[in-house]
Structures are given as structure tokens and as C-alpha cells.
Write a protein that binds this ligand. Sequence first.
Ligand SMILES: Nc1ncnc2c1ncn2[C@@H]1O[C@H](COP(=O)(O)OP(=O)(O)OP(=O)(O)O)[C@@H](O)[C@H]1O
Length: 246
Amino acid sequence: MRLVLDGLAVTLDGRSIVRGADLVVEPGELTGLVGPNGSGKSTLIRAAYRALRPAAGLITVGGDDLVRLPPRESARRIAVVAQENPAELDFTVEDVVLMGRTPHKRPLSRTTAEDLHRCAESLERVDLGHAARRSYATLSGGEKQRVLIARALVQGSRLLLLDEPTTHLDIRHQLDVLHLVRELGITALAALHDLNQATEFCDRIYVMDGGRIVADALTPEVITRVFGVRAVPRTQYAFERLKEDP
Ligand SMILES: Nc1ncnc2c1ncn2[C@@H]1O[C@H](COP(=O)(O)OP(=O)(O)OP(=O)(O)O)[C@@H](O)[C@H]1O
């Protein structure tokens, strides 16, 4: 499902945070969004899942104007793995994942066997099959992130927005998440900090700086201009996920 931002502007507390952003996420592609701290990546992504109202511009999802879609319909189309976690009340991991089913169900309807089956399946995919009954609040940051990815999976949406999905993850789980998103073949937009990973996993990369999209490719020249560092080619370890656990 294609996501298009056309001249998106977001103002927060009178400050212009995102300005005239044009961006296209093509169906089935993983698109990366990189940029220095404070460049506006999270704000852009929050507008794209309707947590913030744009000051100007148009967001379309599958060809429809996002602000005109019924909220249930936009919740069905778009799944989110954001930095902020669900309120840390006494939810089990399973409860948090089941929240992903909400847009598919009538209000106050019971959890079905199918809901539980999908929940178990998606927890397996993020390597947390054993943790369904644990308290969400007691998990590590990385485990919480994987639970949120499982929640996005049960939601079954065709557009996935990820705000720094690998931040708390160790290298193996970082690779798992990025491989998983690619394997799903789901349309995805991910704010990422690791430029090498963005280059390796993303079909296309947009670069933000000062609230604007300033490039749609990550070249050494762009990296220097935007991040103020020189990109030096070096021989380094490349980490590949093992098929089996060691
Ligand atoms: N509610 C708010 N009111 C005013 N300014 C805000 C608000 N929320 C965020 N900002 C500012 O907007 C700017 C962009 O923030 P944003 O979180 O979108 O950047 P980011 O690129 O995701 O950064 P990071 O890489 O550090 O996560 C920052 O300067 C931030 O301080």
C-alpha cells in the first residue's frame, strides 16, 4: 500500500518542525528515513500514523487522504512500532500483542481462539513465544520492542511505520527485525540511525535535516553535509544472522 507525503508541514508549540516534506513509500518496499537527532524523523512518522495533525500538506495511504479516513480504517491499514511504549500498567505480553487485533473487532467483543493463535504465532516470529504470560513492564527494552513488532504483525496491516525499531536491540535482534520486515514484504517506512544498516536493508533512503527532506539517496557527500562527518570506506566485520542458534 503506497504512502505519499506531499508538502507535509507539522508545527508543534508554534515551532515549525517538519517543513514541506515530500516522500513516497512504494508498495512492498522498505524505505529508510535517516537524519541527525532532532531533524524531525519522529515527528514526520507520527503525522503519518495520525498521532499529529499536519499544519499543511497531504498524506495519502493507498490513495486515500489519511485525515478523511475513519479512524478504525486508518488503524487497520497502518501498524506502528513507536518509541513510546504502551502505558506500563499490569499488562501481560499477550495483552499488549492482542491490542493489535482491536481495529478488526467490534467494541468490547471477546478474545477468540483465532486472536490467541495469531498472537502466539507472531510472538514466535519475534522469538518471544515463551514470554506470552510475562508482565510487559518487567521486560528489557529490547524485548519490549519485539513485543511491539509482534503487535504490529497481528494487526495484519499493509503499511508499517517504525520509529527507530532497532534502538534497544542487540546486533542479532537488530538483524532479525530488519530481515523480518523485508521478508514480510510489507510496505514500511523506518526511521533508522545506523547508516550502514539503512544502506543494506532499505530499497530507498530519505535524508532529513532541519525538518526538511534534503536528499533521497545516501551518498558520502550527503553524509558530510548533513551529519558533519566524513564517510571513510573501511574493511569491517559484516554481521550475518545465523540460520540456527549457536
Ligand atoms: N511537542 C513538542 N513541542 C515542541 N517541539 C517539539 C515537540 N516534540 C518535538 N519537538 C522538537 O522537534 C524537533 C524534531 O524532533 P523529532 O523527535 O521529530 O526528531 P528526530 O529526528 O526523530 O530526532 P531523534 O533522532 O533524536 O529521535 C526537535 O527539535 C524536538 O525538540
